[in-house]
Design a protein around this ligand. Sequence first.
Ligand SMILES: *[C@@H]1O[C@H](CO)[C@@H](O)[C@H](O)[C@H]1NC(C)=O
Ligand SMILES: *[C@@H]1O[C@H](CO)[C@@H](O)[C@H](O)[C@H]1NC(C)=O
Ligand SMILES: *[C@@H]1O[C@H](CO)[C@@H](O)[C@H](O)[C@H]1NC(C)=O
Ligand SMILES: *[C@@H]1O[C@H](CO)[C@@H](O)[C@H](O)[C@H]1NC(C)=O
Ligand SMILES: *[C@@H]1O[C@H](CO)[C@@H](O)[C@H](O)[C@H]1NC(C)=O
Ligand SMILES: *[C@@H]1O[C@H](CO)[C@@H](O)[C@H](O)[C@H]1NC(C)=O
Length: 430
Amino acid sequence: MRFLLLLVTLLSVTTNTYADFTEDQMTMIVSSFNKLRSTVTPKILGDYNQISWSEILYANALSQTQTCQSNSLYSSAGAAGLYGESYSYFDNDPSVNDVQDTLSSPKQYYNYDDTECVGNHDCTSYTNIIWNATTQIGCSKNLCNGKTYVVCNFNPPGSFSGIQPYTARQHSSQSTMSYEESPNKIVNLNQRLVRREDDHIYTASVPSDGSFDWRDNGVVGYPKDSSNCASGWAFTAAGIYESRVAMRTRHRYDFSSQQLLDCINFSNFSITNYTKCSRFSGELNKALMYVQNYGLQSTSTYPYVGASSQGCSYNQSSIAVQGGDVEYSQVGRDSIIEKCRKQGPVGVGIFVTNEFLNYAGGIFQCNNTLIDNANINHNVLLVGYNQQDNYYIIKNNFGRTWGENGYARVTADVNKDCLIGKNPAYSVQI
Ligand SMILES: *[C@@H]1O[C@H](CO)[C@@H](O)[C@H](O)[C@H]1NC(C)=O
Ligand SMILES: *[C@@H]1O[C@H](CO)[C@@H](O)[C@H](O)[C@H]1NC(C)=O
Ligand SMILES: *[C@@H]1O[C@H](CO)[C@@H](O)[C@H](O)[C@H]1NC(C)=O
Ligand SMILES: *[C@@H]1O[C@H](CO)[C@@H](O)[C@H](O)[C@H]1NC(C)=O
Ligand SMILES: *[C@@H]1O[C@H](CO)[C@@H](O)[C@H](O)[C@H]1NC(C)=O
Ligand SMILES: *[C@@H]1O[C@H](CO)[C@@H](O)[C@H](O)[C@H]1NC(C)=O
């Protein structure tokens, strides 16, 4: 029996002449993981440490891949927390990109701009890869039972042994930008800035053509979770104001969607059959007009409870923002994008399908032929556009575990855009 086991082990070891990463691939692993670090969004203050290849980590990963996990799930150094260790199996021989995508739990964006990854919270989804303290990597692969088994080691280890992650409030491209917990004055967006091109604090960093992503400017609040309530219009309206106030004041706020849900009298606008967690469209525009006139409190003074609210408890002395000119664009992709580029994140309509509810990343497409006669049933915040690959970047309100860290890329192809281009973009001009 012992002999047999030994033989099996020997056999599996001899299959390891199967190619490990080449020198070129090792270099690519290092550069692609460094590139990933630079895509943390919103951009961080200062520079990330660069990661480099470590022969010691490579040797550890190699000895683990040789076992095909027959001894244990992790190498002993990995299990002891001496190194960070990630592993994955692939049906085919993976490219460096495949490895990176899989080991980075395949999110395109990492967003520390919230309060989730501080204190005792479990931040294991934020892997070693983007841990600033981590400076060394070594990866190996081996063919195991027809699959490619990849192990990467990281040093010093990140999340698993408690090196503090970045804390949210320090992260944005503008050093003065932070969350404002208790706003002590109302941001009145009707007090006009002198609108010289180079005076407007953020437009300068948004190119006049091509791609842009307002998250890079630190003016997009973190994605919320509307829970079991179709209140995308309220979150989108609050999101537009959050961005405008960040653009004006260089502070991020967190505005109350619940106030919009509770306090807007939709009968005034002849919207019939309105229920609190409505699925009807048309509320976004009304919500913006409401904030313009009545103002909006912060979430800290008017928290989100969704459908279980007891009614409107608006407190005029707690208003954090009001004003701005409510505007909307022409219908169509180019007009929507232009509005967003010029004024900041804007609200758009979208038709949400079941596939979209289960979206977990990538560039999402609808078959518009199937939904052409439908009305939009959701609102989201448009935060950017990629010209090269022609997709919108939207912020949703399905929580941070949905999509790409709460965001989605949706194609801007007019035949597949889930009807985004069939509606205008709603904006507040400051
Ligand atoms: C990363 O760590 C280095 C020191 O190791 C530090 O100088 C740098 O500011 C850190 N970067 C961030 C974004 O914290
Ligand atoms: C709705 O109309 C009533 C009276 O017509 C007015 O008192 C109230 O302020 C209006 N509410 C909103 C949210 O426009
Ligand atoms: C809402 O507005 C309608 C029409 O102006 C009015 O009849 C109704 O009393 C208002 N409801 C509340 C709760 O203010
Ligand atoms: C409102 O609800 C009533 C009763 O359910 C229905 O007959 C009517 O068509 C609805 N109106 C709209 C505009 O949806
Ligand atoms: C309204 O807000 C003010 C200022 O934040 C606060 O002092 C007051 O207690 C609030 N009123 C109610 C009824 O919550
Ligand atoms: C979209 O749906 C239509 C109608 O069912 C179908 O004919 C067409 O092949 C679909 N297009 C794609 C790309 O799936």
